[in-house]
Each structure stands twice: as C-alpha cells, then as structure tokens.
Design a protein around this ligand. Structure first.
Ligand SMILES: Cc1ncc(COP(=O)(O)O)c(C=O)c1O
Length: 351
C-alpha cells in the first residue's frame, strides 16, 4: 500500500489551471476583474444583495462585525465548538465574546443557551458547523443581529434557500481545506452592508481619509475560487455520494453529526460520534492501520471556553464532542477506490 489516504487534499482541475493561467497571462494579478467575477457569482447564487471578497474568512468575520455596527463592548455570542478565528475577529473589533455550548446532534449553537446565558448579546455568530445548518431563526429572536458563518457550508441549502441568506450577513472562507479554495481568501455577502465592507477593504486612491486597511484578495486567488464555484452542484453531489457510502458502512454503535445525507446539505465533513473516548481513539488507530488518515475535528484544548479559561463544566456537550468525534476523509481528491477502502475499513470496525 502507498501512503495514507489524506484527510484532506484539494482537487485542482484543468479548468482551474486555465483560469489561473488566464490571470497570469493578463498581467493583472492584484484585485481586479477576477475578484469582481467571483463577487458576481456569489450575488447570483444568493439572487441579490452585495458581495465583497476579502483576504480570509477571519477578515470577513471582522469586517462583517464592524460593518454591522459592533463597537467596543458590544457582546457577541458564539459557539464554543468552533474555530478560534471567531474569537480573533471579535477581539479585533474590540467587542466581547460570549461563548456558549452547542447542540449534540448538529454541533451548532444552542438557542436555549443563548436565551438563558447571553440575553445581553446583540450580535450572534451562527456557524453552520461542518455543513449542518444552525437554527438561524431561533438565534434571531429578540432582534439580534446574526452573522452566518458559512466557512464550512458554502453550497448548503435549507428548504431551497442557500444557507447564509437568512441572517444580516454571511461570511465565507476560501482556505485550502474549504469547499472551494483560492489557497486563502474570504468573502462577506449581505443585503445591507457589503458596501461598508468594500469601503474598508482598501486604502488607496481615496479623496478623503478614514482609517481603512488592506484586506484584498488577489485575482489569482479569485480566479481559482470562481472556477471551482462553477462546479458547486457537482461538488455537493460528489460529497453527498461519498457521505452516503460511509453512512451505509457505519457499524451499529457509532453515530454521525446529524444526517450527513439530508437533502441540500453540503457535506463538508463526515464526523463519526463514538460512545466514548476509548472507542473513538480505537477507531482512529483502526483507520490508520487500514491506511486512512482521520482527525479529531475539534480537540478539547481548541474549545473556545478552554482558550478563555472558562469553567468546562458549563460546556458539557462540546466537551463530550471533543472526546468522542472523529472526522473521516471527505473531499474531491478521493478516488472511488479510496472511498471503497475507507468504507470497507469503517464497516470492519467493531465498536
Ligand atoms: C467556521 C470558521 N470560521 C472562520 C474561519 C476562518 O477562515 P480563514 O482560515 O479563511 O481565516 C474558519 C476556518 O479556518 C472556520 O472554519
């Protein structure tokens, strides 16, 4: 057997290469027509609103917060089972994070925890974790401003409506392990504040001075991301097919994060939930021995309440998820033979 089947690997097609080549040949590498084309594709996807491409998902979160009016001391609720980019963006906006527990099935922010423990939060970052939809409507109660974090859910649908369309803004990442990639990159989509984000994105050539920054995406990155975005339906279908193969092979005694094959779901990851840590660790060793690299999607030390040194007893669901979950390879770089190897190994595991 060759090396391990990697947990993640981007697929770069001949069309992707031609799109990047065209930018190289044009002589215009910085933000330009390819960035505009990427933004137009997202606006078309969302049937309106405005889109502003930026340098990363973290930048998109920061800019969305700023554009929606988060100021020093604004309270921003967020799930603890999430990427530390959320904390970074909130601190950069000089706001105050309010970290909350998640739901055991979707791994998304628990609306009851929001109501009970963060009634003073005016802002919420709702992460659609690994493609599973957060309950945006419940999080919007009491007039809260909701940023939908679609970094792991681009292309996901909820009843025919794209995830991200219900909140005040949606943010995306085009990092290498995301659903489509430019290597790095991000984007803010919003019906109301995309132009505010655009104003802050670059500082050059302005008639009046206001503090602004350089959060631009290059045309090289945008051309790659936009080329992949054109395949979004194919990407969703291929990911659903791979998730379906794993689901069919899943031994009794193991569960998944919600239904990875639910209609419209963009299966960003296939996360197995074991009954306890010992079984999870044994599954990881079993898969490794079969030539399959699996990862713990969020380690215990990465939980945001731990970074903030908050009492872990207040976050029982996230603590349990960190101990019991394992993510299988799910990406476009997998061949049918890889998917068969992974499914067979999974089917042979005895929990
Ligand atoms: C849910 C979520 N939000 C935000 C980010 C930040 O994106 P980026 O790495 O592009 O800054 C990521 C990924 O790292 C993420 O998974």
């Amino acid at each position: 057997m060759g090396g391990l089947i990697p947990h993640n690997r981007p697929l770069i097609t001949a069309e992707d290469r031609s799109a990047v080549d065209a930018v190289l040949a044009s002589g215009w590498l910085a933000q330009g027509p390819a960035v505009e084309a990427l933004e137009a594709s997202i606006v078309a996807q969302y049937r309106g609103g405005g889109a502003c491409a930026v340098s990363s998902g973290t930048a998109a979160l920061f800019l969305a917060l700023k554009a929606l009016g988060a100021v020093a001391d604004s309270i921003v609720a967020m799930p603890t089972y999430a990427c530390s980019a959320l904390l970074n963006a909130v601190f950069m906006a000089r706001a105050i994070p309010r970290v909350l527990d998640v739901l055991p099935d979707s791994f998304c922010l628990d609306p009851d925890a929001l109501k009970a423990q963060a009634a003073d939060a005016r802002f919420v970052i709702a992460v659609h974790t690994f493609g599973a939809g957060a309950d945006v409507e419940a999080l919007q109660a009491d007039g809260r401003i909701v940023i939908e974090d679609c970094c792991q859910s681009l292309g996901g649908m909820n009843g025919g409506v794209p995830l991200g369309a219900a909140g005040d803004a949606a943010v995306f990442s085009f990092y290498a392990t995301k659903l489509i990639t430019g290597g790095q990159g991000g984007l803010v989509w919003s019906r109301t504040v995309a132009e505010k984000v655009r104003d802050y994105r670059q500082f050059d050539g302005r008639e009046t001075y206001d503090p602004r920054f350089n959060f631009q995406l290059t045309d090289l990155q945008a051309a790659l991301a936009n080329s992949q975005l054109k395949r979004l339906d194919l990407i969703r279908a291929r990911r659903a097919a791979i998730a379906g193969a794993y689901l069919a092979a899943l031994p009794k005694g193991l569960k998944t994060q919600g239904d990875p094959c639910a209609p419209g779901r963009m299966a960003h990851r296939f996360v197995v939930v074991a009954p306890d840590r010992a079984v999870r660790d044994r599954l990881r060793r079993h898969m490794q021995a079969a030539g399959v690299e699996c990862i713990v999607p969020v380690e215990r030390f990465e939980l945001l309440h731990r970074y903030l040194r908050l009492d872990a007893a207040g976050y029982p669901t996230a603590e349990k998820l960190a101990d019991t979950t394992l993510s299988l390879p799910l990406h476009l770089g997998l061949s049918d033979a890889d998917v068969a190897t992974i499914s067979d190994a999974l089917a042979q595991f005895k929990p």
